[in-house]
Structures are given as C-alpha cells and as structure tokens.
Design a protein around this ligand. Structure first.
Ligand code: ATP
Length: 300
C-alpha cells in the first residue's frame, strides 16, 4: 500500500529547475534509498516531501490523504540536511524540547531509550555544544524518532560519521524497518544503499534516472558479469577452439597462463561457459562470478 505519493514535483529557483517533474510512490514498510551526486537535487526533493520547502508545482499525498497536516507531522520524523541544535541544551533536554515542539509527550524513560538506540545514552547530560558532527547526526536521528512516527525522512543519516557509527545507524534503520516503519533516506554511500534498501531511486540533474529494486536496476541496465576461471593446462589441440568459443559468447576476454576472464550478459552464458570448461577435462581450481555492483549502475 502506497504511503507516500509525489506527483510531477518541480522546484525552480529563478529560471533554474532543480527538481524537474519527479513522480514516485513509496509503499508502507519500505526502505527507500534516494541516491545522487552532489547537487543532483536530493535534499530539495526530500525537503519538499517534508514540508521544509514549498514545491513550485506538483502534488504530495501521504498516508492515502488521511488526516490533517498536524496528523501527518505527528506520523513522520525528519532528519533534515542541516539540523538545528541549541548549544546550551544537553542531549536529553534537546529531545525534550523538540518533543514539545512536535507536540508529543515523552517521559524520561523514552528519552533514555531513544538516546540508547543511537548510542548516546552515556552522553545524555552533556551539552550539545561539546558533541562531534557524528554525535549531532545521531542526536538528529533520535529527534526524528520522537513520537514513534510511522515514516522517517532522513537526509544523509550516515554522512560524516565514522565507519562504526555508520554501521550502527544502518542496523538501527534495519530494526526500525522490521518494526514496520517506512524509511526514505538520501545517501552518497552506494554500498550502504545496496545493503539495506528494498528500493532505490537514482537522481541525476533533478530527474529520476532510474528507480526499482537493485535486481530490477541491474536488469534495466543489462549489466555484464565477469567470470574468472583458473584451471590446469588445456590440451594444445583444444586451445584455439575454446578461445574462439569464449570470444563468441562474451566480451573483454583476458586470456592468460591457465586462467581467463570474460564478461557475459546472462546467467545462461555463465553456465554454458562453465560446462565448456568441464568438457575440456581440465582441473578447475577457482571460478569467480562478479555481479554488477550498484556503483556500476550509478556510474553507467
Ligand atoms: N535556495 C536555493 N536557491 C538556489 N539554488 C538552490 C537553492 N537550494 C538548492 N539550490 C541548488 O539546487 C541544486 C540541488 O541542490 P540539493 O541540495 O537539492 O542537491 P543534493 O543532491 O542534495 O546535493 P548534496 O548531495 O551535495 O547535498 C544545487 O545546484 C543547489 O545549488
């Protein structure tokens, strides 16, 4: 069931179009990754979805149009690209303050539990002024989780944090998704999106260049996979025929001493290739099939 529908969203600054006629829908329970290079329009798009900026044209429908604006706000949590922190507040006070702004009641135990989920519970009494960039990012995520919202919009939740913290945040996002929450987040990190998302959209110059599951994106781009094989010597009389066969079924053949690698464009061709090697009656020491990564797709 679609929980968010954006239709023909546009944002123009002067005569410059930053988001250009973008439509997409997100289903309940999805982990939706929104990828793009610097300046592609990701933040502008997410800021329109969360009401931070007003679209020049287009329509946004959330929760099937149920409820009033106040209700939408209560049911969503937002980590914007630039969060505001009041330096003189402690982490716990910060959450209490923003709970009041959002109009949700939170008790002490809830604040502690939120801080624990982002691994800041030990720092609850410290002034936010003393927090590192990564700690502020985690506090921003805890802030987005205030009121136990159904849907989270997170603008680059892991950028600028160390690898271990990024991993913890990814785990947390997974847990939240398992609890039934819908998560829409932007990222530059191709590997994290590849690991945790159910669906991905790639934005280029204000437009959606591709959208779908990782498998669908791979299929869309019909990407080649690389098969590498290491084997014992092939009988001299069979080498030429085998070499010609490889050139026929694939591309970019690299032919070396008792090893070769080749790009093929289907699983059937991987199987045919392995069958052909077996028929040579050589010993096979190693077979490696490397699938296209999201990076290949993104950069294609
Ligand atoms: N208020 C504004 N006035 C004019 N141009 C703007 C404004 N806000 C954003 N832009 C421009 O819109 C384009 C898209 O910006 P946006 O911040 O949405 O990109 P992004 O994909 O989130 O980039 P990044 O990954 O660097 O955060 C950029 O070229 C930016 O300069």
């Amino acid at each position: 069931m679609s929980i968010l529908e954006a239709t023909n969203l546009c944002k123009r600054y002067g005569n410059r179009t930053v988001v250009d006629d973008v439509s997409l829908s997100v289903n309940g329970g999805e982990m939706f990754g929104f990828l793009g290079r610097n300046g592609a329009g990701k933040s502008t798009f997410i800021n329109m979805l969360t009401g931070i900026i007003r679209p020049t044209s287009g329509r946004i429908r959330m929760f099937e149009g149920e409820g009033r604006l106040d209700d939408w706000k209560r049911r969503t949590g937002v980590l914007p690209d630039y969060s505001t922190f009041y330096d003189s507040l402690t982490a716990a006070e910060h959450l209490r303050y923003f709970a009041r702004v959002k109009g949700v009641h939170v008790d002490h135990q809830t604040i502690l539990s939120l801080l624990k989920q982002v691994e800041l519970d030990e720092h609850r009494a410290r002034n936010v002024r003393t927090f590192s960039f990564g700690m502020k990012k985690k506090l921003g995520i805890a802030q987005a989780m205030l009121g136990n919202p159904d849907m989270l919009f997170l603008d680059e939740p892991t950028s600028g944090v160390d690898i271990e913290s990024a991993f913890q945040i990814q785990q947390l996002l997974r847990q939240l998704q398992q609890q039934g929450k819908t998560i829409f987040f932007t990222s530059h990190n191709l590997h994290e999106v590849e690991k945790i998302c159910t669906r991905i959209a790639i934005m280029k110059a204000g437009r959606i260049a591709s959208i779908g599951s990782l498998d669908a994106l791979r299929a869309e781009y019909q990407l080649w996979r690389t098969v590498s094989v290491r084997h014992s010597s092939i009988a001299t009389g069979e080498q030429q025929t085998f070499h010609s066969f490889l050139k026929r079924i694939g591309r970019k053949l690299e032919w070396g001493d008792n090893r070769f690698s080749l790009q093929v464009d289907s699983e059937q061709k991987v199987a045919a290739l392995i069958r052909a090697v077996v028929e040579l009656r050589v010993d096979i020491y190693c077979v490696n099939v490397e699938e296209a990564s999201l990076e290949n797709i993104f950069l294609a």
